[in-house]
Design a protein around this ligand. Structure first.
Ligand code: TEU
Length: 562
């Protein structure tokens, strides 16, 4: 029988730069995490996922790793890491690491060697290609393919020393590793075993569905208005992805118990996810899909599309149905790349912030799958009131802004409107611990400002308030332990055409749960029969007086025997 303890678990993501700064340099660190382990234990989470803490030039805040087997000095040392691991384990929390092996930093010694000459033994560890036939190397448009990088600009960088280009799907300081080369794969597996031997409990695998590329590297199709093409058909779910993940499983995970693996897979389909998470196939335990966070994205990237609830339900319902029998879902609203969900799918105005944050948490955690809480989500933290582009720090925001405004003729204001609403820095402003000047995050100057609303929204105030989002999340997480249908029950979507009410049932044996969330600022009636007299397990507001009539942003969870 497979070891699937994680079906009953909740994962909490820590973005160490922004969690807690213990040494006053304005940057979060591992000592800061150690200092706040009791907050996490009180919340009741089972697993901590640490965003990258390895040595890094920090071009993409640590997702550009220059040494996979050490700790970034800004964050601490291996000794402090071991202390953190022991502190988490002592509180019955596991720790999973971020595994970023689609690319390394250009400052990793592997890449330094690779770029040094065309006959270096590590040359083939990365994707080197000559200029487009008939074109002058380094000339505009001479890149080997027309692909754009995720962070703006082309996905190839010309390297004068050897007169060739290297591939970087993300920043030019993140060259893509060549997984076709078995030496690369073995080096990665050895590094992973080293961390597991040290005691870590698994990995969150960064853009792991991009590691296998179509080696012919064909051009992508250009769409109107953009200067670079989308090459993703050549590297999302590539030809050898399943093979590589199965090999990784054999080489790294076989014979080890109690671990969790979750693959981040932008663009993954339900059918592919079934294959990736089928326990018989030994790939990963679960994947992060993106459909439900791309629901408010239209064909034009610089136009905001409001949430259509029926579309969100169709997406999540499809994922629930698709992985009902084989495989397993991850569940998330937030991470370090996404805007704050209460500002995005809820209402962050003072009147509704707390209720809508709790409602969103309820709906998410009651789906079938393993929920992930991103730091500050348990407080209902909101987007930041960004002004101009100079207030953003994220390489993605800056790079995309430059490309859109300088090359694609967009106005600064239309681009800024989208970045303010969707930009990744919204997730990265420091954790709000208390109402002191920098929210208790640092005694120095924070690398990104603390949201001014930390005076009202902070952990200290919420821990003291039984009605807070924090204590609601605690009860929600607790419900997974006391009510087996939360983890194990099947899932049935109700009211698929209702634009206000999100409703579904979960059933395990003779127990049935009804979950309803009002995604609107007006009263809403859920047209569902047969629940009179059912037991109310959880709600974020006054219990509904009669019938299923929900106040603005209300959530309810009922239980009955059938
Ligand atoms: O993210 C992959 C990814 O697809 C996102 O960066 C995506 O571009 C973004 O969500 C859209 O706004 C992973 C990491 O989570 C991210 O932080 C890294 O920047 C990226 O990979 C490169 O390592």
């Amino acid at each position: 029988m497979t070891d699937s303890w994680w079906k009953k678990s909740v994962v909490y993501q820590i973005y160490p730069r922004s969690f807690a700064d213990a040494d006053g340099d304005g940057m979060g660190d591992l000592r800061g995490v150690i200092d706040h382990l009791d907050h996490l234990a009180e919340l009741g989470v089972d697993v901590l996922w640490l965003s990258p803490v390895y040595p890094s030039p920090q071009d993409d805040n640590g997702y550009d790793i220059s040494d996979y087997q050490d700790i970034e000095p800004l964050f601490g040392t291996l000794e402090i890491f071991d202390e953190l691991l022991a502190g988490a384990h002592a509180r019955n929390m596991k720790i999973i690491m971020d595994l970023v092996v689609n690319h390394s930093s250009d400052e990793h010694r592997w890449f330094q060697e690779s770029r040094s000459s065309t006959d270096n033994p590590k040359r083939d560890w990365y994707w080197w290609r000559p200029a487009r036939p008939g074109m002058e190397p380094g000339a505009p448009g001479a890149e080997p393919t027309n692909w754009g990088s995720v962070f703006g600009g082309p996905s190839w960088e010309y390297d004068e020393k050897t007169g060739e280009y290297y591939l970087h799907l993300f920043s030019k300081k993140q060259p893509d590793l060549n997984w076709e080369n078995p030496e690369v794969r073995q080096a990665v597996y050895a590094m992973m075993r080293w961390w597991l031997d040290r005691g870590v409990d698994g990995f969150r695998m960064d853009v792991i569905n991009m590691i296998s590329k179509d080696v012919s590297l064909p051009d992508g199709r250009l769409t109107a208005g953009s200067v670079y093409a989308d090459g993703s058909a050549s590297f999302i779910g590539g030809p050898r992805l399943h093979e590589f993940l199965q090999e990784m499983h054999r080489e790294v995970f076989e014979g080890r118990d109690g671990l969790l693996t979750v693959g981040e897979m932008p663009g993954v389909t339900v059918n592919e996810a079934v294959l990736h998470t089928d326990p018989q196939r030994h790939e990963v335990d679960m994947v992060f899909q993106f459909d439900h966070v791309w629901v408010d994205r239209g064909p034009d990237p610089w136009l905001l599309v409001p949430l259509q609830l029926t579309a969100l339900k169709a997406i999540l319902g499809r994922w629930q149905a698709g992985l009902a029998d084989v495989g397993w879902n991850s569940l998330y609203w937030n991470n370090h790349d996404q805007p704050r969900v209460v500002s995005r799918y809820g209402d962050d105005s003072p009147a509704h912030r707390s209720a809508s944050a709790k409602m969103l948490g309820t709906v998410l955690h009651l789906h079938r799958g393993t929920p992930y809480v991103y730091q500050g989500e348990e407080l209902g933290m909101t987007n930041y009131p960004f002004g101009g582009i100079d207030e953003f720090r994220d390489i993605e925001a800056l790079g995309q802004y430059r490309q859109a405004v300088e090359l694609e003729g967009r106005t600064p204001e239309e681009v800024l409107t989208v970045l303010r609403a969707r930009g990744r820095d919204n997730a990265r402003t420091p954790m709000q611990w208390d109402d002191s000047p920098h929210g208790g995050f640092t005694t120095g100057t924070p690398w990104l400002p603390v949201n001014p609303n930390h005076a009202e929204i902070n952990a200290k105030a919420q821990r003291a308030d039984p009605d807070s989002v924090f204590h609601y999340y605690r009860r929600l997480i607790e419900l997974r332990r006391t009510e087996p249908a939360v983890a194990d029950g099947d899932f049935t979507m109700l009211l698929p055409h209702d634009e206000r009410v999100y409703a579904f049932t979960r059933r395990l044996g003779s127990t049935e749960l009804l979950v309803i969330g009002n995604f609107s600022g007006v009263e809403a009636h859920a047209a569902i029969d047969g629940w009179d007299g059912a037991e109310l397990l959880l709600t974020n507001l006054e219990p509904p007086a009669g019938g299923l009539c929900l106040a603005p942003w209300q959530a309810v969870v009922y239980r009955r025997s059938v």
